[in-house]
Structures are given as C-alpha cells and as structure tokens.
Design a protein around this ligand. Structure first.
Ligand SMILES: Cc1cc2nc3c(=O)[nH]c(=O)nc-3n(C[C@H](O)[C@H](O)[C@H](O)COP(=O)(O)O)c2cc1C
Length: 443
C-alpha cells in the first residue's frame, strides 16, 4: 500500500486578533506587526516542514454589527490587518523552502496590478507564492472600493473567473525564453516572445503584455475557498487547491463530491485538486492543558465582540436578531443580502436543524464555541485525523494555531509529501511544489 502523506499549511491570519494576542506566551516582547516575530515564525515553520504559511485578508474594519466599527476596534476583531505582501518578502529572505499564501479580492482589485504584484513576489521568493483569490462577503471591504451594497453573489464569481482569465493570459504574455541579455550585441529580449493579450470582457479591458520578467513558477499556485455551489464551480474552473471551511464532516464529504463533479464537468481530473481543510487547533502538553487554554480563549473577548466577529464573518448584522428565531429564516435573510449562503449559519442549521427555534443567547454561544475549535493535546488530536481525512476525501490541513504566535507544535508533528521538481521551460531552473514548494531537505 502506498504510504499516505499529510500536507500542512499554517494559517497566520489570526494570531494577533480576537484576544489571542494576550494569551500567556503570545507576542511576548513584541507587538503586531513586528517583522522579527514573523521572521521567527517563518523559520520555525520551515523547520517543521510546513508547506505554506497563509495570510487571509479583508480590507475594511468590521462594521456589520450595529453598523459601527466600535466593537471591532475596541476588542481587536479582525483588525488591524496589514497588506501582508511586504511581510512575505521579508519572511522569504530568512527561509528557502516554505511557501506563502497571499489573499486579494477579485471583486475590488484590478487583474493587471495583481498579476504584476504576484509575479514580482514569485520572483523575489524564488517560486514560493500562492494566491488565495476571494470574492469577499464583507460590506466593510466593499465600501472602501465604491460599493454601497455587496455585489450580486453570482456576479462576484463571474468577475472572479474573468479576473483569473486575464491574470493567466498576462502571466503567459512573456515567454520564459524571452530574455537574451547579450552583452556583445546589447540585445535584451526577443520581441517575438512577448505578446499583447487584448482582453475585452464584461468586467475588464486589458491590452497587456505584462511588463515584467516571467517568474520561476510561471504563475502563483491558485487557491479558492468558495463553499456555495457557484463558489465550487469557480474552484473547478481554475483552482490548483481548494480551501475548505471547518464544518461538519458530512458537509465536508459533500463538498468533495460536488467539487469532483464540477472538476469533471470542466474536463479536469478530481485527483489533481486537493481540498485543504481549515481547522482551528488548540494544543497543549496534555489534554487538560489544552482544554484549559480553550476555555481561556473562549472568554478572551466579551459577547458583543463575538457578535461583531460573527456578523462580519457572515456579512449580516446579528444584532438585529429577535429573541427567538429559526436558522432557516436567518440563512434566507443572509442570502438575500448577497452574502454567503453556505457559511456559519448554514453549517449550524445542518447540525441543529433549520426549523428548530433557537434563542439569541444559544446562537451566540454556538458561534463563539464553534464546533470545530479543537482542544486536546497535539497527539490526541492527530490520532483521529486519518479517519477524518479519508471521509472528507483529502490529505490536507490548514491549522489555525491559537494562543501563541509561535505555537506551531501541532503542525510540526507531520511532514508533507515531497513533490518532484519540475523545470521552468526555457529558464534552465527548476522549482518544486507540494502546496507551493518542496519541504526542507533537513526535515
Ligand atoms: C480556509 C479559508 C480561507 C478563507 N480566506 C478568506 C479571506 O482571507 N478573506 C475573505 O474575505 N474570505 C475568506 N474566505 C471565505 C471564502 O473566500 C468564501 O467567501 C466563503 O467560503 C463563502 O463562499 P461562497 O461565497 O461560495 O458561499 C476563506 C474561506 C476559507 C474556508
């Protein structure tokens, strides 16, 4: 039997938010966004064979809850957030192998700028970049880019697919063997290898070509996380890897089935696209220590701060909830606002029933406790993982470490599969990728 390997990425989006910054052992002697701390994490991640360090993003201060950013600012709810691209550049200078995942929204960004930026980062990191393409379900993001409401859910994905079409054409617009750099003749490049893209679509008009060197990977690894049927279809259209949300196992298995069908419809091999499941892990030396830590985390922010988090996350103001309601009603209201119909409320409805009445207090309790917030020692937790991965049809995890900004111990227990190096046409170089790159040879 072939030995199975687990792939691990490391979600560093949250280490300083939601009260985690003040847990014992967190950010000691440092304050977000101290680059020295990130460099240290990158070194640790590389030593632990993590294949990718991931940064999610949102470009506005959460203000869905009561239409105000007050609670988010007061309690550090999904803010502050820097554009992490310069941090990645610095982290790449102290590592050699670990990959980096960077997030931008196709709903707001322009593909020419984004393609050029990711190309430059891929060059700087020597082929270690992945691009998490999001639509954004958050009004606080949209309002900074001229929108009064969220763009229609389906239109956001149409725009995303066209955005990626443009990026891919741009990344291909300069052939890998364009550059000559002949000192004798002074010739820099071969004009026949550089072509315009002349894209004229529904959302974008871009002439091209990209005015940069081709990057080691040619283009970054593409990741997409949409969980709705339209989101899954977009993943099948272009994603190299899919991000899957923490949700009940049955829903994860269902997403795998839906993704496979969508990939086949695109003429793609389902075996070639993995799902990297998001898991929130709380680890400790013993199960008791981890459980204690979990309780500490759950009380690190007050209930109104949890409301601000959940509202931002779902794109719906939960302060408007009546005393009693059903989750089916709430999810219909969320979908009508063009936010995600497959988010936290949908998942909770799957667990407790969409027609079961629930009180506000119970709702927030569920939201805060999140069924997938794991609390046990790393070894205990990892014992159940193989069965879970088999059922959800994948071998990839995206642990979100909590409590300590240097705590990657859970992830360090496992190593990723080595991928064979592939050569970059015309460049005489080779890059290798698991998620993005080969694990360090010392692992
Ligand atoms: C692992 C993971 C990472 C995500 N990262 C981000 C992010 O950085 N920013 C963001 O706005 N949404 C993020 N999302 C949300 C998704 O992009 C998407 O909006 C959500 O899954 C809803 O999908 P749908 O619109 O197809 O219903 C993430 C989701 C997952 C599962």
């Amino acid at each position: 039997m072939t030995k199975k390997h687990m792939h691990l990425a490391f979600d560093l989006s949250w280490s300083h938010m939601g009260g985690r910054w003040r847990m014992p052992g967190s950010w000691v002697g440092s304050q977000f966004p101290d680059i020295r701390m990130y460099e240290e994490i990158a070194r640790i991640a590389e030593r632990g064979c993590i294949e990718m360090i991931f940064f999610g993003d949102g470009s506005g201060i959460p203000d869905t809850w009561r239409g105000s950013h007050e609670e988010a600012v007061r309690w550090g709810i999904m803010w502050p957030r820097q554009d992490m691209s310069p941090w990645i550049a610095a982290m790449s200078r102290v590592t050699e192998h670990v990959g980096f995942g960077l997030t931008y929204a196709s709903t707001f960004m322009h593909p020419y700028y984004t393609a050029r930026l990711l190309n430059s980062l891929d060059i700087l990191t020597n082929g270690r970049m992945a691009f998490n393409v999001i639509t954004s379900t958050r009004l606080s993001d949209a309002a900074n880019y001229g929108f009064d409401d969220l763009m229609d859910h389906g239109a956001r994905y149409d725009r995303m697919e066209e955005f990626i079409d443009v990026c891919r054409s741009l990344w291909d617009s300069v052939a890998p063997d364009t550059f000559i750099w002949d000192r004798e003749t002074g010739v820099v490049g071969d004009p026949s290898k550089v072509r315009r893209i002349d894209h004229d679509g529904k959302y974008f008009k871009v002439r091209g070509p990209l005015n940069t060197m081709p990057s080691p990977q040619g283009r970054p690894v593409l990741i997409q996380a949409g969980g709705s049927p339209r989101g899954v279809k977009a993943s099948a259209y272009f994603a190299d890897h899919v991000f899957g949300a923490s949700k009940p196992l049955k829903l994860q298995a269902q997403q795998r089935v839906e993704l496979d069908a969508a990939l086949r419809a695109q003429g793609r091999d389902p075996e070639s696209v993995g799902i990297l499941w998001d898991v929130l892990v709380v680890v400790g030396e013993t199960s008791e220590a981890a459980k204690l830590h979990k309780e500490r985390l759950l009380t690190a922010i007050p209930p109104e701060a949890a409301g601000a988090f959940l509202s931002h996350y779902a794109g719906f103001d939960f302060s408007t909830l009546p005393d009693r309601f059903t989750l089916g009603e709430v999810n219909a209201a969320i979908a009508a606002k063009q936010a995600s119909p497959a988010g936290f409320v949908h998942q909770l409805a799957f667990t407790i029933g969409k027609d079961t009445p629930i009180s506000r207090r119970e709702f927030f309790e569920h939201g805060l406790r999140d069924a997938n917030l794991w609390g046990s020692s790393a070894c205990d937790r990892m014992r159940g993982v193989p069965r879970w991965l088999t059922i959800s049809g994948t071998s990839k995890l995206l642990p979100t470490p909590t409590g300590s900004a240097t705590g990657c111990s859970a992830a360090c227990l496992h190593r990723g599969e080595r991928a064979s190096p592939r050569s970059v046409p015309g460049s005489g170089r080779s890059v290798s990728g698991c998620l993005t790159r080969e694990c360090a040879s010392s692992c």
